[in-house]
Design a protein around this ligand. Structure first.
Ligand code: PHE
Length: 450
């Protein structure tokens, strides 16, 4: 019996699954990454392509990945091997699980650094140390943080330590309980920020930047980035959702749960965009300023609100929680593999995986200062890891999941798992043809190979 079989429990209800899956999906990807990518890639057209990717590629793939997990009921590597055996196909399908372990590991290495920034801001805003007198002051504060490797190392280490601590104890009831309160809290905070943004002078400019498409601003690479962001934000293509699906009771509708998770994830990203861009334009800031966007703009919004220091503190606490629930999903495939196949206990496995991520994360810390000019395939270390994972590994993992669920698995099995009724042929069409073809074309085109 493998460890995963021993530890296999099941979610107590559909709600438990939705909360865990949303916890994995909703994270820095929605609040930090989506707005800055929209800013860098010209606004509305990018948003439109992103939404299309979520609907046409992300949603059917989320259903596919969940159904593979529920059918296999093991960790991704072993699930893929088991299902391939059952379908009379090659055991090399376990490679899909490997991509997931690698991608999760690489993503977490920088995720922890950025989560560390949000912890630094929590501390600064809460303690009243942040200078927020003007746009220049918030920009300067962010540059100070970015150029201090030692300060970032402290927060990066703390975040990774927190992740290791939680993961080593097993995904506990505690996390489920905390997420249940934190996620609605996050939604509420974003709505408060949106209401503030609606009253600023840059509101209409911000809204048209976000929602008025100008396709001239869209390059082949921004198409790839939009698609990669859909994978990243939904947490697809790397086995997290597969693991979560493996704990899903049989009677729960995969289609309906996926729709809810993808819908919530998208709503949070859009709400974050609506909160941020009006503030950008009201303060004559540049939307394309990159990864610092939320850190340079949101403190300005909080500054103008009554009780802003309190709201700002609450907001960054919530961002921290959104990040940690995603970090758990990112490291889980590596931890599961180390404990299943290498015989480590969970604590040791978590420490090894976390320490490896931590070490790699040092490269990201340095990429904002000491290594800022160093080029890795024409990008900074951080950008290179981000590109390799979100824009290459996750889409490749996604294509393989689609091919397996659409072509290798028996139709009777996927139909039975999904219970889509009359909608099943549409899912099959998207999973067999549309999603893999779209991902392949965007991938090759974005890499300049086609
Ligand atoms: N979806 C998470 C976010 O948006 C990141 C993540 C990616 C989590 C892949 C799990 C798997 O922040």
């Amino acid at each position: 019996m493998t460890t995963s079989e021993k530890v296999h429990g099941q979610w107590s209800s559909r709600l438990a699954f939705i909360i865990a899956a949303s916890g994995s999906a909703i994270g820095l990807g929605n609040i930090w990454k989506f707005p800055y990518l929209v800013g860098e890639n010209g606004g509305g057209a990018f948003v439109l392509v992103y939404l299309a990717c979520v609907a046409i590629i992300g949603l059917p793939l989320m259903m596919a990945e969940t159904l593979l997990g529920r059918r296999g009921r093991q960790s991704p590597i072993n699930t893929m091997a088991k299902l391939a055996r059952a379908a009379g196909s090659h055991p090399a399908w376990r490679f899909v699980g490997w991509i997931g372990v690698l991608a999760g590991f690489l993503i977490l290495s920088y995720y922890s650094v950025i989560a560390g920034w949000s912890m630094a801001y929590l501390f600064k805003v809460g303690g009243g140390f942040l200078e927020v007198g003007s746009a220049e002051a918030t920009q300067r504060a962010f540059i100070d943080l970015k150029s201090a490797p030692d300060v970032q190392m402290v927060w990066h280490s703390l975040f990774m330590a927190a992740t290791i601590l939680i993961v080593s104890r097993g995904v506990s009831k505690g996390i489920e309980k905390v997420t249940r309160i934190m996620m609605p809290g996050l939604l509420l905070m974003l709505i408060i920020l949106d209401v503030y943004a609606a009253g600023t002078s840059g509101f209409s400019e911000g809204m048209s930047f976000l929602f008025k498409p100008d396709f001239a601003k869209l390059s082949a690479e921004s198409l790839l980035i939009a698609m990669g962001q859909a994978f990243f934000s939904l947490g697809l293509g790397m086995g997290s959702i597969m693991v979560y699906g493996s704990y899903l009771p049989d009677h729960v509708s995969i289609a309906r749960s996926s729709l809810i998770v993808a819908g919530l994830d998208t709503a949070v990203a859009l709400l974050a965009g609506i909160a941020i861009f009006p503030v950008v334009f009201s303060n004559n800031l540049q939307p394309g300023m990159g990864p610092g966007l939320i850190f340079e703009t949101l403190p300005l919004a909080f500054m103008h609100m009554p009780g802003g220091a309190l709201f700002g503190t609450i907001f960054f606490v919530l961002v921290f929680f959104a990040a940690i629930t995603s970090a758990i999903a990112l490291i889980e495939p590596a931890v599961a593999w180390l404990s299943e196949n290498k015989g480590f206990d969970r604590v040791t496995a978590s420490i090894y995986a976390g320490a490896g991520c931590w070490l790699l994360g040092v490269g990201t810390v340095l990429s904002f200062n000491v290594w800022a000019e160093k080029s890795f395939f024409g990008k900074t270390f951080f950008d290179a890891i981000d590109f390799l994972t979100a824009d290459i590994l996750l889409p490749v993992g996604g294509i393989l999941v689609a091919i397996f669920a659409g072509w290798i698995m028996k139709r009777s099995e996927s139909a039975e798992e999904l219970e889509l009724g009359g909608l099943y042929p549409y899912w099959l069409l998207l999973t067999r043809f549309v999603a893999p073809a779209a991902v392949a074309i965007i991938l090759l085109h974005g890499l300049g190979l086609f």
